[in-house]
Design a protein around this ligand. Structure first.
Ligand code: PMP
Length: 443
């Protein structure tokens, strides 16, 4: 695992910046808490967004192949109109009766398998995971949480403590256990399910031996921060079963793959042929408006709700609901997942062609429009592979195309465009990647 937890970032003194940006950074540094990081070696400065594009103060356009929050495109006019219309009428909370909340909740749970028929709203993905852990711990009576090696589940104290991705800066919970994923461990697909299940069973045994017990298996069903390890579909099923047998709940973190990013399914867990007890939603749900949710089976939701009052000032407010409702309508009406499948394949084919004529690409993984592209030739050192990935990302940024890195060694390109991208955007992206590869020294 890299010791630098966000390698793709600005480091003071390393790059010469124009005075406009340098002055803004100095002002940020003198007023913001020190935990912020700016992305890219030369930070980007945007004043406007539209569809697939972001614009800097000089009007230069950048093609966005990174942001999965505005999955219908930046500043979608219909989404914004719904948000503004509701904000101009009333912004109220879930303690007042209001039909739109119920209408949207019904429509949302309809997109899940029938076993999942309850929803509680939140404002962020972190809050969704935090609440899901509370529900799992209460209903199981256990404390233990099983996560993947490089998982990230959010910012609250409880979820940061089960996010190994945050490194040593956050004390990893003594009640959490890490399981390796078959892909990064080099396990062949034919043995992937057995490997994962045996990892999970060992974690359960250890939790039981120490009297902690297992409350939940919490996993991002596209394993994005582990490096986008999605295959083979179904490899998690045995581990899911083992956790259930041990009395724990299964929590699918859908913050990254949810709302159609995989194209084949609305929810990432569906690719694995399992139905979780709880699923946690966030990022694209409001196309930029902060709204998330925990959806789940009636049993745990009712057992928890019977003792716990869950009152959240902003979650489920009428403006967020109107916005999320518009997002879901457009996603379904415009058949966005079909576009995701087609564009995901087009993008993958283009990447494979580049890999066949240029060195530097080791492996390509994708589910719809979430792609992980491993960088570096087979015999390059981890340090060289990471440097290559960062050089490519930053060359592309200078060329006006935005992506970043992921994975334990941060040597995987993370490519995650808004879901509305079209063939000409993909072609622009591929051309920029090819230029970047030609420019940087391939290790
Ligand atoms: N889960 C996953 C898998 C995430 O990627 C993130 C955010 N990157 C979160 C949870 C936390 O979401 P938020 O930042 O909205 O709190």
């Amino acid at each position: 695992m890299t010791t630098d937890l966000m390698p793709n970032r600005y480091r003071p003194g390393e790059t010469e910046l124009p005075s406009r940006e340098a002055e803004l950074i100095a002002r940020r540094d003198s007023v913001l808490g020190a935990s912020y990081r700016l992305q890219y070696r030369r930070p980007v400065h945007f004043v406007r967004g539209e569809g697939m594009w972001l614009y800097d103060p000089d009007g230069r356009a950048y093609l966005d192949f990174y942001n999965n929050v505005p999955s219908l495109g930046h500043c979608h006019p219909e989404v914004n109109a719904a948000m503004a219309e509701q904000a101009g009428r009333i912004s109220a909370n879930t303690r007042y009766l209001e039909p739109h909340l119920v209408d949207y909740a019904e429509r949302l749970v309809e997109t899940f398998p029938t076993e999942i028929d309850r929803v509680v709203f939140t404002c962020t993905g972190s809050e969704s995971n935090d609440l899901a852990l509370r529900i799992a711990r209460y209903t199981s009576g256990n404390e233990g949480v099983i996560v993947s090696s490089y998982a990230y589940h959010g910012t609250s104290a409880a979820v940061a403590a089960v996010s190994p991705n945050l490194g040593d800066a956050v004390k990893f919970s003594p009640n959490a256990r890490i399981v390796a994923l078959p892909g990064p461990a080099g396990v062949p697909d034919s043995q992937a399910a057995d490997f994962f299940e045996s990892q999970v069973r060992a974690a359960i045994d250890d939790l039981n031996r120490r009297g902690i017990g297992v409350a939940a298996l919490l996993f991002d069903s596209i394993f994005s921060s582990d490096g986008v390890w999605i295959d083979p579909p179904g490899f998690i099923a045995g581990g899911v079963q083992a956790v259930r047998e041990a009395g724990g709940l299964v929590i699918a973190d859908e913050v990254q793959p949810g709302f159609g990013r995989t194209g084949s399914h609305m929810w990432g867990f569906e690719r694995h042929g399992i139905v979780p007890d709880l699923a946690t939603l966030g990022k694209p749900m409001g196309n930029g408006f902060p709204i998330g949710a925990v959806v789940g089976r009636k049993g745990p939701m009712e057992r928890f709700g019977a003792i716990a009052r869950y009152s959240n000032t902003f979650a489920g407010n009428t403006v967020g609901i109107a916005t999320a409702d518009a997002v879901l309508t457009i996603l379904q009406r415009d058949r966005i997942p079909e576009n995701v499948l087609a564009m995901g394949q087009f993008l993958r084919d283009g990447l494979e062609q580049i890999a066949s004529r240029q060195s530097g690409i080791r492996a390509i993984r994708n589910a719809g429009l979430f792609l992980g592209v491993d960088m570096g030739t087979g015999d390059a050192s981890p340090t060289d592979r990471r440097k290559l990935a960062l050089d490519v990302v930053n060359a592309m940024r200078d060329d006006g195309v935005l992506i970043s890195t992921t994975g334990a060694n941060e040597d995987t390109l993370k490519v995650r465009p808004p879901l509305i991208c079209e063939a000409d955007h993909v072609e622009l992206f591929l051309a920029a990647l090819e230029r970047a590869l030609a420019k940087v020294a391939v290790a």
